[in-house]
Write a protein that binds this ligand. Structure first.
Ligand code: SAH
Ligand code: SF4
Length: 371
């Protein structure tokens, strides 16, 4: 069993190299080859000593994910479905925009939170991705697109953890992956350009503030505990008051930031003018700098839910805006390829069914998540 070097952040790789009797700067060189140049073959790494390359060949590898499908939209959105073994598949979506290129990636195969409006939640939890499997989505997308464009310049400017899974329930694997995204020797992304989206795992929000305070998006979806208990079952463990207090504490670690509140618009469930007012009051009470991102719901049959009409979404947004809260409506991307970040469908036990069902989804993509 050899070691997958994608599992390491720079500190981890340094310890690994030191274990081989190599100096720390060798780890830096190796890390750059892997993440900045997209190399997976040690023979390519021309400035590493031949003896080290030979040593690595026997004990380590850089393991990409197997691509099951790749779909390209006429608007430039690209969606990949990756095989992570045992019938599990996860997705990543590349979304080019005028001022940024965002990659949406997954943190788990399935999800244990079980939100009512989420197809990943409906399929249940299969397993946590490893650090290597999380970062491999970025590694693959970045270097594949560079090759296609014939450029050595960085392509992906923003990463959002909004694919399958609850990133803060896979904390140990998540943090080294985030560090590689931020590292100057890795992907060199600023911490405001990396967003962790969470359904509200309060203790881990606090931990992330200490370990790696990247941009935070919170999936709020309801103005009251009664409704949120029903839509996002994790609310029963960490109710709104505790969640908002954790958000306040998070911003103490990143004082000039704001928190993005995601709100999936569900017809007749959470979209009334009264609920918009309650929501405005809720965030005003805690004086939290937030931006709301209203997400038109992507329906799927088992949910029994419908998306709010565009007029209702616009009215809801206006009430929040009139209350002085910056509010955007997430725009739809990749319509023609039915890409769907944040709602990967599919039976994780059945890869074919997963990819087919996913292909039937529409994607609502995040917009203006992070500066
Ligand atoms: N588990 C994390 C991140 C993945 S979900 C979280 O819940 O935040 C990413 C986003 O997609 C979340 O805001 C989630 O609420 C949203 N989402 C899930 N299912 C959706 C659907 N069917 N339609 C629209 N957005 C959905
Ligand atoms: Fe999990 Fe997020 Fe889906 Fe809820 S919305 S089930 S937390 S992936």
């Amino acid at each position: 069993m050899t070691v997958n070097l994608l599992d390491y952040d720079l500190d981890g790789l340094t310890v690994f190299c030191e274990g081989l009797g190599e100096k720390a700067f060798r780890a830096k060189q190796l890390y750059r080859w892997i993440h900045q140049k997209g190399a997976s073959d040690f023979a390519q790494m021309s400035d590493l000593a031949k003896s080290l390359r030979e040593k690595l060949t026997g004990i380590a590898h850089v393991s990409p994910l197997k691509v099951l499908t790749e779909q390209k939209s006429s608007d430039g959105t690209i969606k990949w479905l990756f095989d992570v073994g045992n019938g599990d598949a996860v997705e990543a979506v590349f979304i080019p925009e005028d001022d940024r290129n965002t990659l949406c990636i997954s943190s788990q195969a399935g999800c244990a939170v079980g939100c009512r409006f989420c197809s990943t939640g409906h399929q249940g939890f299969s397993r946590n991705l490893t650090t290597g499997e999380i970062i491999a989505q970025l590694w693959f997308a970045e270097h594949t697109i560079r090759k296609v464009k014939g450029t050595e310049d960085r392509v992906i400017s923003n990463v959002v953890m909004m694919g399958m899974g609850e990133p803060l329930q896979n904390y140990a694997a998540l943090v080294p992956a985030l560090r590689t995204m931020l590292s100057d020797h890795g992907y060199g992304l600023s911490r405001r350009r990396v967003t962790v989206s969470t359904s509200g795992v309060v203790p881990m929000i606090d931990k992330l503030a200490q370990d790696c305070p990247v941009a935070l998006a919170v999936s709020l979806h309801a103005p009251t505990d009664v409704l949120r208990d029903d839509l996002v079952p994790l609310n029963r463990k960490y109710p709104l008051k505790e969640l908002l207090e954790a958000c306040e504490r998070y911003l103490q670690a990143a004082p000039r930031d704001f928190i993005t509140m995601e709100y999936c618009m569900l017809q007749g469930v959470n979209d009334s003018p009264e609920q918009a007012k309650q929501l405005a009051q809720l965030v005003k009470n805690v004086k939290l700098p937030v931006k709301f991102n209203l997400i038109p719901f992507n329906p799927f049959p088992q949910s029994g839910l419908l998306c709010s009409a565009p007029k209702v979404v616009a009215e809801f947004a206006k009430i929040l805006q009139d209350a002085g809260i910056v509010t955007t409506v997430r725009k739809t991307r990749g319509d023609d390829i039915d890409a769907a970040c944040g709602q990967l469908a599919g039976d994780v036990q059945d890869r074919t069914a997963a990819s087919e069902r996913m292909a039937k989804r529409r994607v609502v993509m995040m917009q203006k998540q992070s500066a």
